[in-house]
Ligand binder design. Sequence first.
Ligand SMILES: Cc1ncc(COP(=O)(O)O)c(C=O)c1O
Length: 390
Amino acid sequence: MMHGQRIHDHAATPVAVLDDAAVRHNVQVMAEWCARHGVELAPHGKTTMAPELFRRQLAAGATAITAATPTQVRVMRAHGVGSIQMAAQLVQPREARWVAEQLASASDFTFVSWVDSVAGVDVLAQAAAGTGAVFDVLLELGIPGGRTGCRTDEQCAEVLAAARSASNVRVVGVAGYEGTVAGDRSAASLDAVRAYLRRLRSLGERVGADVDGPVVLSAGGSMFFDLVVDELATGWPPGAARVVLRSGCYITHDHGLYHGNSPLDDPAVAPRLRPALTVWGTVLSRPEPDRAYLDVGRRDVSFDQGLPVPLRRLPASDPHARAHELDGATVTALNDQHAYLSLPPGTALDVGDRVEVGISHPCTTFDKWRQLPLLDDAGIVLDVIDTHFG
Ligand SMILES: Cc1ncc(COP(=O)(O)O)c(C=O)c1O
């Protein structure tokens, strides 16, 4: 479609765009960080649901792609992903049967999912029956009042016993998501995350005693992966454990939540992740001196973890100029199709100007777009990627 063209000469707004160099940089930075710390990366694919980006992550050394739902598993499989971690309990019998058949028919396909109940083990055992498939599972540890995952040692023991008595379900390790424990890097949050990870480590040690080969410990989104490494990846005898991170948002990073809370977005850290996903809109109206309204709304941009951040202006009067900073502007509210901009006195911004906004939380911007252009530094479209949300 727009390959080789300048985005602003051809695309109407609103339009979400990816900075190709920043995406490549982030994929590389995270891959190198994981290699340096001796951990694997199974990036959470739900962030982008973009097979082209999965390919880049796998080419950089990711050992699997993580899925949240059976539909995501099917999309990944259809696009040739050979190793999938489903970071949830697979409880739908038909979907479990489909996975079992995939496992039985393709010797190069590996799949691991989570269990936190006897019922969950039973679904897998029944789905695998007669297929020859064996389901590898991770025992999920949760926290009281949190999300999924066993709460107590007794629950863990029950699930382990159920798996042990099922010949086609094999516990290979433990898993959890520290991102449900805290949502920022305040001292109290870091303490709570560390405490949770220590419990996961200790469960991993116990489960590992019965696992043939290295025990798998999987945790880690994009906010606390440094703590995951500290708590889970150190102090094992060689070859005794495989720590698998599942960070997803790192691939585009952002101008909001992750910018403020990533271990790899600190002035003291190099190289840092770079924000790679933005949305361009057009000024629809400028009815008051300190107000402007863009054609970017909840249909177009994340709003679940903070509002978008105005970044740059491209004047309608000179569309071939380079965009320049839009200092001091903030988005104060979003409607379905509008962003409310508050502007410092004297801001030059006219009806018809284009404005680029940064986002907070990439997952919920990606899912609003079926296609996203990858741009070079000059705004030329290098490629267009497809997303596959259900
Ligand atoms: C279970 C699980 N693992 C990993 C992730 C990825 O974390 P992040 O979105 O911070 O990259 C998520 C995100 O919600 C998750 O739910």
